[in-house]
Design a binder for this molecule. Structure first.
Ligand code: FE2
Length: 388
């Protein structure tokens, strides 16, 4: 805790006895802010009377801090940061970490099922893989929070999920989405329980963390998956499932792991603008983000870089919502831009190998710091980057 005196106020001694050995004596007692000898301090006006409290509020910070100092742990295995954090809260956070991991594990099993060669629903596979990563990300957020509060993370066992998701009557797609809906509702229930533990233990900070970081998003997730369930019920088990799968495949273009790590929570929802830079010019392109899609401004970037169907684009996060973009041709050679804007030359084979290595090494220290997008006819004709 930092004790600060406002310019208009000073902390002056109002007593004459007591320990008060936290601060050395001041040479000029008329100018001092802190009394070395007095044990009582009050908020007073700097000018005028120096005996009357201005606000009526009397502070005793140096008496009170002594009590806190006595409570600072000295044993090495005890948290120094822990403050007003109950055992109940600590244990409830560990339970929630386990819930997130279990849900992530089930989603991963669903991903593995839909990615099978004889199932072949890549959109569902992508959706469940993203969902799995998202839940693991939630577990990590709770782990970070546990450590922040001075709790101890204790991981628990994860149950083995089933690996078959076909359903005779509903089909696998609807059955899987209904399972996802149930899991999201269960997670919501567990989050509410965690919030109530915070309330019961007067842990305002835990309550704020759960409410601001999780509860709103959980309601969004339940709504979205409910819509998917309703749509799949209309579609039935037939040909429509393939179209639904394509919709999931093309739905959003920034991977959830990347989004959670670098973008989520850094901007006002609906107002996110990212900056794109490339080696082609010194221009910084401003592109709006809608959810996990690049939208307004994307098309200008694509046109200026003469992107064509089949090109590959690597986005690398450079901090503060700035992405460095490297463009590759269909043969994976980095596109070279001349000073003359109209001339584009592909590099030689040896250069391309070098360039690919450069692009890969730029991401190699942390594979989540990059994502790759494919240029398609759809994302050239619309002001929106879709279909990774
Ligand atoms: Fe979650």
């Amino acid at each position: 805790m930092l004790l600060k005196a406002s310019p208009a106020l000073s902390l002056l001694s109002s007593g004459s006895t007591g320990g008060g050995n936290l601060f050395p004596p001041s040479r000029n007692s008329s100018n001092r802010l802190f009394s070395p000898s007095g044990s009582r301090f009050s908020v007073q006006a700097a000018k005028g009377t120096n005996t009357k409290s201005l606000t009526g509020v009397v502070f005793e910070p140096f008496e009170e801090v002594k009590k806190e100092m006595e409570l600072v742990p000295t044993t090495p295995f005890v948290s120094l940061a822990r403050h007003k954090f109950s055992d109940d809260s600590e244990s409830a956070i560990n339970d929630q970490i386990n819930v997130e991991y279990n849900v992530s594990y089930v989603y991963h099993a669903l991903y593995a099922y839909f990615d099978r060669d004889n199932v072949g629903l890549k959109g569902f596979a992508k959706f469940f893989n993203d969902s799995s990563l998202e839940e693991r990300g939630h577990a990590e957020m709770f782990m970070e929070y546990q450590n922040k509060r001075g709790g101890r993370v204790k991981l628990q066992s994860i149950l083995m999920p089933v690996s078959e998701f076909d359903h005779e009557e509903k089909g696998d797609a609807l059955h899987a989405m209904e399972l996802a809906l149930s899991l999201e509702k269960l997670t919501n229930e567990k989050l509410l329980k965690l919030q109530s533990v915070g309330v019961k233990n007067n842990d305002v900070q835990l309550v704020d963390f759960v409410e601001s970081e999780f509860l709103g998003e959980q309601v969004e997730a339940i709504k979205k998956i409910s819509e998917y369930v309703a749509q799949l019920r209309r579609i039935g088990k037939g040909h429509g499932v393939w179209h639904f799968d394509q919709m999931l495949l093309n739905d959003e273009n920034i991977p959830m792991a990347f989004y959670s790590r670098y973008i989520d929570g850094t901007t006002n929802e609906g107002n996110a603008v990212v900056k794109l830079r490339s080696n082609a010019s010194d221009i910084t392109w401003q592109v709006k983000m809608d959810g996990r899609r690049l939208t307004q401004g994307w098309q200008k970037f694509a046109t200026s870089h003469d992107l064509r169907v089949g090109d590959l684009i690597v986005f690398r996060h450079d901090g503060d919502l700035v992405f460095h973009v490297t463009c590759f041709g269909p043969s994976c050679c980095e596109i070279q831009y001349d000073d003359d804007d109209d001339v584009i030359q592909l590099s030689s084979d040896s250069d391309s190998e070098k360039n690919q290595n450069t692009a890969v090494s730029g991401c190699s220290s942390d594979h989540h710091s990059c994502f790759v997008a494919h240029v398609t006819a759809l994302n050239l004709s619309k002001d929106m980057l879709v279909n990774v």
